[in-house]
Ligand binder design. Sequence first.
Ligand code: HEC
Ligand code: HEC
Ligand code: HEC
Ligand code: HEC
Length: 211
Amino acid sequence: MKRFNYIAVVMLVMFVSAINMNAQITGSGHDFTTLSWNTNGQICVFCHTPHNASATEKPLWNHNASAATYTMYTNSWSSTLNGTVASTPSNYSKVCLSCHDNTVALDAYGGSAGSPSHTISSITGTKSNMGTDLTNDHPISIAYSAALDAGLRATTTSVPSLGTGKTIADMLKGGQVECASCHDVHNSGNKGKMLVMANTSSALCITCHNK
Ligand code: HEC
Ligand code: HEC
Ligand code: HEC
Ligand code: HEC
């Protein structure tokens, strides 16, 4: 019985530490340290640098920008889309698309072009290659306002799962819905798919949409 308790405690400790390890960027899809070509062994450098950062993208941005032209979300099939999607993604989302549109190598950072074979589609089993056609993705770079749609909540609506005092306004970037409205690029909460909150019972969707 004593031995059984000991094993149970060891297993519990191992289980808890495994959770802790993943509850961050380490070990997430944004940790490239295990990719064979990542010779520098670092994590942050693909996106950030303390010096000589991009003048355009923030914060302290180090990944090469994409020159792609995107096809933005439209809806000509029904008249439910009231807001105006910008003609091109804002820089808040362009930083994500600089890897996720598959036109720039993951190791294209700090001005180095990287290897053309190291784009996001080179990662086995990836669904993360969004391409440049964003017509099949939730609208981004669209100003959020409850006035757009009776089914959208006020920006002052509190979002307790993001922390005390947080509201929908905190999910917006420059007042707009962007990739980072729904995703946490550093996977800090380990909510699955790098979401800002678990989407159990569609909690993320219902945060903004009063459905
Ligand atoms: C895959 C790209 C990527 C990687 C890798 C990455 N970041 Fe970030 N980081 C971003 C983006 C994008 C933002 C802006 C987030 C936003 O707009 O919400 C950001 C914001 C930040 C910020 C400011 C806002 C905040 O969350 O505090 C800090 C500090 C930061 N990152 C530190 C780091 C450190 C340290 C590492 C390495 C352990 C790292 N990041 C790895 C993309 C990345
Ligand atoms: C430096 C390149 C790079 C940048 C910049 C980047 N990503 Fe990623 N992202 C990746 C790679 C590589 C993966 C892993 C792909 C895979 O394994 O399927 C990934 C995976 C993801 C995933 C899937 C996570 C999962 O658990 O399945 C999400 C969501 C994601 N990224 C969102 C973002 C968002 C949002 C931004 C901007 C705020 C961003 N990424 C910026 C390279 C990048
Ligand atoms: C309105 C919320 C929302 C926005 C905005 C959003 N995403 Fe997502 N994204 C999600 C959800 C929810 C999932 C998980 C879907 C699932 O599990 O099937 C997801 C999944 C992903 C995945 C993983 C795909 C897979 O099947 O493994 C990637 C990569 C990703 N998003 C990147 C992005 C990028 C880059 C942007 C901006 C161009 C973005 N997302 C904008 C909500 C959003
Ligand atoms: C940060 C707030 C926010 C979150 C979170 C969010 N949405 Fe949205 N969504 C919007 C806004 C803003 C619009 C544009 C409304 C408009 O223009 O009428 C929109 C539009 C839509 C539309 C209508 C598109 C059209 O063509 O009319 C659908 C469907 C939708 N979202 C589904 C989802 C789903 C599913 C989720 C969860 C995965 C989600 N949304 C999460 C803000 C959000």
